[in-house]
Ligand binder design. Structure first.
Ligand SMILES: Cc1cc2nc3c(=O)[nH]c(=O)nc-3n(C[C@H](O)[C@H](O)[C@H](O)COP(=O)(O)OP(=O)(O)OC[C@H]3O[C@@H](n4cnc5c(N)ncnc54)[C@H](O)[C@@H]3O)c2cc1C
Ligand code: FES
Length: 312
């Protein structure tokens, strides 16, 4: 049986055991969320030996070259020594600069990182609580317009991270893990194309960043933003979006509840084959967006989606 070493701990592991399971089974508190190679909460660095990686493309080449692997995607096939990601050593400190509740269930968190972070609207970051809970959250800010990193945290359900987030106060420190590009971004080449931004819940966060970036770059095509929320009180950016729509004639904003969504989707009509759709939020709603757009004639290649996979 291969030996798995973490610091002074030595574990005998059955061949081909999933590395995350082996670490958790041995009492090593590696955080994880999606188990699908998406959130990157389960990063470990291989110091000796090489696991079998089922999804090497999920990590950037430079990270892989440094020995980082996603434990949830690896199997132990030979003796291995690993170091879990240590937020104190490997992460970046960020102070809570502001927080407020734009709706009863959404916490808006503004963080000031210890050094400037280069990012593009639509990317996401791993946030580490002081209890070493790591979860991915999308950036709602735009680097050229906002001093702080802005996040919208859905606190509707209890959860390890959102329970900690509810207790945060201005001046508290979190650690930032890996910055990652999902599918969502704005490309200057899209200037004249119709843009559909379909968001469910806090799936609005990265699309709000992308929308403001598109407007900042003076996007010329029509922009249609649809936000679906459980109830009207959860359209947490309604006033900001309506203010933008009042300033930009090419922006149309629709706020619908979950109950109204099927009717709103049935009314979607493709007016141009050039349309691009950016989708974000809970996997089930994103799937219903994508299916309806496909039925309306939009090729899958013109849909960019980030889904908020969770641990449950
Ligand atoms: C790339 C990416 C970007 C994301 N960006 C955002 C964002 O900008 N904003 C945002 O709000 N979310 C975002 N998410 C989702 C967010 O990371 C998850 O919702 C996260 O898991 C919440 O963490 P938590 O610790 O609060 O909940 P967890 O403790 O991880 O629990 C996950 C969910 O399961 C439920 N749950 C927990 N235990 C049980 C149980 N025993 N039985 C039934 N249900 C249970 C919880 O209520 C919770 O809803 C993103 C996800 C991804 C992958
Ligand atoms: S990438 Fe491994 S738990 Fe999400």
């Amino acid at each position: 049986m291969p030996e798995l070493r973490v610091g002074a701990l030595q574990l005998q592991v059955v061949q081909q055991t999933n590395l995350l399971d082996a670490l958790l089974g041995g009492g090593v508190a590696v955080p994880y969320s999606c188990r699908a190679g998406s959130c990157h909460a389960c990063l470990v660095r291989c110091v000796a030996g090489e696991p079998l990686d089922r999804q090497p493309e999920a990590l950037a080449a430079d990270k892989r070259a440094e020995g980082w692997r996603l434990a949830c995607q690896c199997q132990v096939v030979e003796d291995l020594q690993v170091e879990p990601f240590d937020p104190q050593r490997d992460g970046l400190a960020a102070k809570v600069a502001a927080l407020d509740w734009p709706s009863p269930q959404v916490l808006r968190l503004r963080l000031q990182p210890a050094r400037p972070l280069r990012y593009r609207p639509g990317q996401h970051l791993l946030l580490w609580s002081d209890q070493a809970v790591a979860r991915p959250y999308s950036l709602a800010s735009v680097p050229s317009e906002d001093d702080c990193l802005e996040f919208h945290i859905d606190c509707r359900m209890p959860g390890a991270f959102c329970d900690a987030a509810r207790r945060l106060q201005v001046g508290d420190t979190l650690r930032l893990g890996e910055l990652r590009g999902g599918a969502l971004h704005y490309d200057a080449d899209w200037q004249a194309r119709p843009l559909w931004l379909l968001a469910a819940g806090t799936g609005l966060a990265p699309l709000y960043g992308v929308l403001r970036e598109a407007l900042r770059q003076e996007h010329q095509g029509a922009i249609r933003l649809l936000h679906v929320a459980h109830d009207p009180a959860e359209h947490y950016l309604a006033s900001e979006l309506q203010a933008l729509a009042a300033q930009h004639a090419n922006l149309q904003v629709e706020l619908v509840t979950a109950a109204q969504l099927p009717a709103a989707l049935a009314e979607l009509r493709l007016v141009s084959r050039q349309t691009l759709a950016l989708l974000c939020g809970h996997p089930v709603t994103v799937d219903s967006f994508a299916r309806r757009l496909y039925m309306a004639g939009l090729p899958r290649s013109q849909m960019l989606a980030d889904v908020f996979l969770t641990r449950a």
